[in-house]
Design a protein around this ligand. Structure first.
Ligand code: GLO
Ligand code: MG
Ligand code: MG
Length: 437
């Protein structure tokens, strides 16, 4: 196997005392957290688009990233070589999963037929490499936003031909995901949204999107693919208003269109903050609806209002995330995908390793802290106590649905005044969490 990262060894766990930047200090794949290994708890994944296709370009300047193996062309040879690079990277990192968009791995041809054929060629190499290394596909997806044909959206485009093209692309991407043993299939809305309501029939667009999802699911069933479908909420960018705004908007769409039980959510940190939520809020909202399927692990910048997709390093953030994820005992068939890119100033290949190592260690530490908080149980006990007036008496009748407004009025007329409130103790609880960090 050609060595694309000759100076990088296989990354090992060396423990918190290690000073080796190319070692894990906290991510120890075999270490058990609440009954499962870190490997199974996180199911870390490397994303193909930022990591192997990112160039470091921004709206003000050209790419900066040194990727000596890449000739910058859209040739099949270059795409095949990138597969080898990707699997060397994934293997050296010891990450169990990866994921892609169709057009990340294989070049778009001049016709749909040619694009399908290109995709088949690369998929065959991906399969070989998966078998050789044991790395698996967490999820596949289709890029329905880069090509100019998708200027008005894909499944919500005003152009029926574009809709049909998008459907063909998703059909193929689901088939390849299935061939490669992918465990999920993701839909991020790309350009599914609008810039201006004066030219938009929102009702028709949402209806078309629902039909698209049903057709996708019917096709998946017909070929025997039973991987989990996931929506990825994002409120804005590239459009002013994206239809998959946040977890609540996605779940409303899912429920209203008969997609319950078919689609769960892939929650991304930076998208949560763009929606004006904390990541913990988005995860908990999804979890209580039995829809927390997978996560895109990154972070934004507090001072910037766009999707900066940075690698997560904040242990307070990962602690909050793991408090929710541990409540549901992990992510099932989902995983922790680094939808994150190195800064354009971090232009050497080794920076890709530093970035992933840091992200994995941040999650491992967050999980250890969250598990310690959960083990002591003080936080959970506080919340349980706070709602204990609903465990018996009038509260229990409210919860079991047997109370009527008339009952509640009769109860209160007799009692005269509500029982006194107790303190929410927010500051005490914030201090408590800090004690574990
Ligand atoms: C962009 C999204 C994007 C998706 C990807 C797969 O903001 O985060 O990277 O995760 O298209 O759905
Ligand atoms: Mg994402
Ligand atoms: Mg993003």
């Amino acid at each position: 196997m050609a060595e694309f990262f000759p100076e990088i060894p296989t990354i090992q766990y060396e423990g918190p005392e290690s000073k080796n930047p190319l070692a894990y200090k906290h991510y120890n794949p075999d270490e058990i957290i609440e009954g499962q290994s870190m490997k199974d708890l996180f199911r870390f994944s490397v994303c193909y688009w930022h990591t192997f296709r990112g160039t470091g370009s921004d709206p003000f300047g050209a790419g900066t990233l040194q990727r000596p193996w890449d000739d910058g062309s859209d040739s099949i040879e270059n795409a095949l070589k990138r597969v080898d690079v990707a699997f060397e990277f994934i293997t050296k990192l010891g990450v169990p999963f990866y994921c892609w968009h169709d057009r990340d791995v294989a070049p778009e041809g001049s016709t749909l037929k040619e694009s399908h054929a290109n995709f088949d060629k690369i998929a065959a190499r991906l399969k070989e490499k998966q078998d050789e290394t044991g790395a698996k596909l967490l999820w596949g997806t289709a890029n329905l936003f880069s090509h100019p044909r998708y200027m008005h959206g894909a499944a919500t485009s005003c152009n029926a031909d574009v809709y049909a093209y998008a459907a063909s692309q998703v059909k193929k991407a689901i088939e390849v995901t299935y061939q490669l043993g992918g465990e999920n299939y993701v839909f991020w809305g790309g350009r599914e949204g609008y810039m201006n309501l004066y030219n938009t029939d929102m009702n028709r667009e949402l209806d078309h999107l629902a039909k698209f999802m049903h057709m996708a699911h019917d096709h998946a069933k017909s070929i025997g693919f039973d991987g989990q479908f996931l929506f990825e909420p994002k409120p804005k960018e590239p459009t002013k208003h994206q239809y998959d705004f946040d977890a609540a908007a996605c779940l409303n769409f899912i429920g209203r269109n008969g997609l319950d039980g078919i689609v769960k959510l892939n929650i991304e940190t930076n998208h949560a903050t763009l929606a004006g939520h904390s990541m913990m809020h988005e995860l908990e909202y999804a979890r209580i609806h039995d829809a927390l399927g997978s996560i895109d692990a990154n972070t934004g910048d507090m001072l910037l209002g766009w999707d900066t997709d940075q690698f997560p390093t904040d242990i307070y953030l990962t602690t909050q995330m793991m408090l929710v994820i541990l409540k549901q005992n992990g992510l099932g068939t989902g995983g922790t995908n680094f939808d994150a890119k190195v800064r354009r100033e971090s232009f050497e290949p080794i920076d890709l390793f530093h970035a992933h190592i840091g992200g994995m260690d941040a999650f491992a530490r967050g999980a250890k802290v969250a598990a310690a908080i959960r083990k002591d149980g003080l936080l959970d006990e506080f919340v349980k106590q706070r709602y204990s007036s609903f465990d018996s008496g009038v509260g229990a009748k409210i919860e079991d649905g047997s109370a009527t407004f008339a009952d509640l009025e009769a109860y209160m007329l007799e009692k005269g005044e509500a029982d006194a409130n107790t303190s929410g103790r927010q500051e005490y609880l914030e201090n408590l969490v800090n004690q574990y960090l």
